[in-house]
Design a protein around this ligand. Structure first.
Ligand code: ADP
Ligand code: MG
Length: 323
């Protein structure tokens, strides 16, 4: 292990930090100075990842770097914001320069994909934990919020759901983890282009971090509505279907498991065609899985038209893990 002092660590980070013209002052001063373009609002979000809670303790440093950034960008995607600036608060058990370099490989790879500037942060010693604050820009008044779902709106999800939960389920059961499922857990794709394309089309949006039921539940509460979901329509990867062939087991993963970082959004049925075109233009699949109802609560229907009960409601950090 290459041991480094705090300033050496910060220097290693600074040396790899990209900038952009709207950063007036970046890493190195007491605070960063940033130029918000006229007519835009700033969307700001923070998420922390803790070893053993948000990723298995044996996760590669590169994957931790990617995921810590991805989960924050996913929040901006769910707002329809275009990510611009990030800050990184890093707590490490030892000043391990090799670990930091590997962490930065994954972090910088995703940051470069979205042309982000790393504008500052904090570096401290303690149990491994990463807190990122991501700043995004959105034309004034166009952000996608949780409180806009309307009666009879379609409920959509991007991509496929349940893969990350499948990997976690194999990990908890000490089963061999499918490499494909594990990749979805370690390297989620924030749906930035889809979020931006949904401005003006989606009535509400959220990213699926804690599970579809939990996250859609937030939208329903904030919008004062209920929903019906058709379980036969849940978008499912072939890998998940192969590893979890039983419908009920797989549905529980897809409904209760988080970590996919897909978007769940609602939209008036009149926008369905425009949404299909917008999603095709950004090479993101999206599927209607149900609709918003006036009656509060979530009703789940099987393809045979039967009611489906699930004990799982998603991950609640202070209430333990439901099964
Ligand atoms: P201060 O004591 O003023 O908080 P620090 O020594 O913590 O300053 O940081 C010095 C500079 O390096 C600051 O501009 C800070 O934003 C930046 N910095 C510190 N840690 C990180 C990090 N993990 N990632 C990016 N920038 C960092
Ligand atoms: Mg500091």
């Amino acid at each position: 292990m290459a041991v480094a002092g705090e300033f050496d660590l910060i220097e290693r980070i600074r040396a790899r930090a990209a900038s952009r013209p709207d950063v007036i002052l970046g890493i190195g001063d007491d605070a960063a100075l940033l130029q918000v373009p006229a007519g835009h609002e700033l969307a700001v979000t923070t998420d922390t990842l803790i070893a053993g809670v948000h990723f298995p303790a044996d996760t590669e440093a590169q994957d931790i770097g990617w995921k810590a950034l991805a989960v924050n960008l996913s929040d901006l995607a769910a707002m329809g914001a275009e990510p611009a600036w990030i800050s990184l608060a890093l707590t490490m058990p030892e000043s391990d320069a090799d670990w930091l370099d590997a962490f930065l490989d994954g972090f910088c790879e995703l940051a470069a994909e979205h042309r982000l500037a790393l504008i500052g942060g904090d570096t401290t010693r303690g149990p491994l934990s990463i807190t990122i604050t991501a700043h995004g820009l959105v034309p004034a008044g166009t952000a996608l919020r949780r409180d806009g779902a309307g009666f009879n709106d379609d409920i959509w999800v991007t991509g496929t759901i349940g893969d990350a939960a499948g990997a976690l389920s194999q990990w908890r059961g000490k089963a061999l983890m499918s490499a494909k499922l594990r990749h979805r857990l370690d390297r989620p794709t924030p749906r930035i282009a889809a979020g931006i394309a949904l401005r003006g089309l989606a009535s509400a949006a959220i990213d699926i971090s804690d599970g579809l039921l939990a996250d859609l539940g937030h939208v329903l509460r904030r919008s004062g509505s209920g929903a019906e979901l058709d379980l036969g329509r849940l978008p499912t990867s072939r890998t998940l279907a192969e590893h979890f062939p039983g419908d009920a087991d797989r549905w529980r993963l897809q409904l209760g498991g988080g970590d996919d970082y897909e978007l769940c959004f609602t939209a008036a049925p009149a926008h369905a065609l425009a949404i299909e075109q917008a999603m095709a233009a950004c090479e993101t699949s999206a599927t209607v899985i149900g609709r918003i109802t006036g009656e509060p609560g979530l009703r789940l229907g099987t393809p045979e038209g039967e009611k489906f009960e699930t004990g799982a409601s998603g991950y609640l950090h202070f209430e333990g893990k439901p099964n």
